[in-house]
Design a protein around this ligand. Sequence first.
Ligand code: ZN
Length: 387
Amino acid sequence: MTGPHPAILSQLDRLVAFDTTSARSNLALIEHAAGLLSDLGASIRLTTDDSGGKANLWATLGPADRPGVVLSGHTDVVPVDGQDWASDPFRTECRDGRIYGRGTADMKGFLAACLVLAPDFAAARLQIPVHFALSYDEEVGCIGVRRLLADLETLPVRPRLCIVGEPTEMRVILAHKGKKTVRCTVHGHECHSALNHQGVNAVEIAAELVAFLRRMQRRLREQGPFEAGFDPPYTTVHTGTIHGGTALNIVPRECRFEFELRHLPRHDPEALMAEVRAFAQSLAPEMLAVSPAAGITLDETNTTAGLAADEDSEAARLARRLTGRDDGGKAAFTTEAGLFQASAIPAAVCGPGSIAQAHKPDEFIAVEQLAQAERFLRGLLAEMTAP
Ligand SMILES: [Zn+2]
C-alpha cells in the first residue's frame, strides 16, 4: 500500500501552522486556500461573520451550470490551552507513521488532501463540478456553515450531494445526533439570608431545574426512545456549567446554568424543551408571589440538526463506492452534515483520521489515513470525468 502524495504532508503542515482556534480569525487560512484555488481557475464566493474577521470559502471547479459534488470541511480547531503537548501543536511532526498537530485529524488532514488534489480536478475534463466548502466556527456550534448555506440558496443551481470529511477513519457515517444548547437564567430576589422568606433564592430554583433535567435523563436512559448503533443509544441531557450567588449570608439574586440535549436524529428536541418550559412555568407562581421581577428565562443558544440520511441517497452510494465499505455507522458527535441535509443537499460523513484523537493533546492523523483520503478523492475525480 503506497503512502500519500508528499505534498499532502507539506500542505497539512501549512494548514496546521495557521492558528485557527475558533476564538481567532481564520482569514489567513481562507486567503491561502482561496488563492490556491482561484489560481486554478475556481470561481470563489466568500461569506463572513458580522465582524468580517472570519470567512467561509466556496470554490467551484468545473461546469457551474449543473449540480456538483461538495467536499466540505471546517477550518477552525479547538484550543490547546491547558493541554500537555509533546511537540508544538501548530507545527506538524511525524513520528511512527503519525502526523501530530492540532487539527491534523479534525479536520485539516482532509482539507490538505482536497487542496493538493485540486490541481488534478482543475486539469481534468469534469462532467460535473466539484465545490470546496471551507467553513468557520464549526467547533462552537456549526455557526459559519449556516451563512454559507444561506448564500447557496441564492445560486441558480443546487449542489447534488455533499461529503463532509470529518474524521471517521473513512467509514461512511449516515447518521449522527443533533444538539440543542440552552442558557437558563434564574432571576431571584436578594435579601439577608436570615430573612429568606422575603427573598427568592435563584440558586435553589436553578437546582430544582437541574434536578428536573437529571430526572429527564434518567427516564430517557431507561425508557428511550432508543436507536441501535448510537453510543449511548438514547438522547442525552447534560448540565455543563452553573454560576450563582455571592456570599453565604445573602439570598442569591441570580443563577445561570447551561445545559444541552444531544438528541437522536428522529427524536424531536422541541418536545423535551416543552417539558422543561412547562416545569419552569410551574415554579413561577411561588417566585412571583415574593417578587414581580422574579422569573426564569430559557435562551436556546444553538440548535444543530441531527443527520439521518437515506441509506440509498446518492451521497451514501457514492461514499460507499469510493471507500469500498458498506459498514454504515452512526456517530455520537455532531457535524455540518445535518445542516447540509436540512438544506436539501444529501450528505454523508466520511473522512480520514479518528475522532478518538480529536480535541486531545497530541492529536494526530495516521499517514495511512491520508493515503486513504487521497485514494477516495482520486476515485471521485475518475467518476466525475467519466463520460
Ligand atoms: Zn470537526
